[in-house]
Design a binder for this molecule. Sequence first.
Ligand SMILES: NC(=O)c1ccc[n+]([C@@H]2O[C@H](COP(=O)([O-])OP(=O)(O)OC[C@H]3O[C@@H](n4cnc5c(N)ncnc54)[C@H](OP(=O)(O)O)[C@@H]3O)[C@@H](O)[C@H]2O)c1
Length: 242
Amino acid sequence: MRFAVIGGTGLIGSQVVEDLNAAGHEAVPHSKSTGADVISGRGLTEAVAGADVVVNLTNSPTFDEASLDFFRTSMENLLAAARDGGVGHFVILSIVGVDQVPELAYYRAKVLQEDILTAGPIPYSIVRATQFMDFVDAVLSWTADGDTVRLPATPVQPIASADVARAVAEVAAGAPLGGIRNVAGPEIFPLDELGRITLSRKGDSRTVVTDPTAGMFAVVKGDVLTDPRARLAPTRYADWLS
Ligand SMILES: NC(=O)c1ccc[n+]([C@@H]2O[C@H](COP(=O)([O-])OP(=O)(O)OC[C@H]3O[C@@H](n4cnc5c(N)ncnc54)[C@H](OP(=O)(O)O)[C@@H]3O)[C@@H](O)[C@H]2O)c1
């Protein structure tokens, strides 16, 4: 099968391209830097031409209110190009429990992305992942101040980006779900504890202070899968760290 992976130069996109090609498919990465701009629409017709499946793994440059415009415009442009190109399956990557956190502009933007896809003309699949292990450092940096990092005890179930990519590639190569596939890592940690484990494993002497009001995850009730039948990815956090 032929895949156009939009955002195919990014963290997840580049691994999805590798996984699909390793499975014998023909997956081509596209992004702003390769000449396909989801905001201006430039190069999208060419990017999706001949593709059976479009996988959209672009991300907004900011997490604020502007992310709503990014996901609205990018989805409208991409869906129009995919429809005109006769694409039969459109896949996006969203966030577990995304519709439960209206306080965050970025989460509202991802819900908007899902809504535009489900209301659109193309058979679709939505993969929702928990927080990537690769982003734990960024989460720590948001509330770091001198010798301390403040974090709430929000339960999180981090997943390795390679496991996310594998799940996206598997869904993209299958029949359209017309719904959502949730994916998460194998372990649940309170976020403050995850911060302590991370700093200690890196020999970082900063202290994690538990603060229920600190950072983005203060308003997230839990970034975990509650469905006991959910499929869990294999990579454990300690193994990923080493
Ligand atoms: N972080 C998490 O824990 C998490 C959890 C669940 C879901 N997600 C979702 O995962 C998705 C992928 O994230 P990621 O971390 O892999 O992203 P990333 O590494 O930041 O990559 C973003 C990609 O988007 C492309 N891009 C940005 N603006 C563009 C534009 N105007 N036109 C075309 N391409 C553009 C970039 O291409 P250039 O480099 O060429 O600009 C790059 O290929 C996101 O939609 C995010 O919401 C993330």
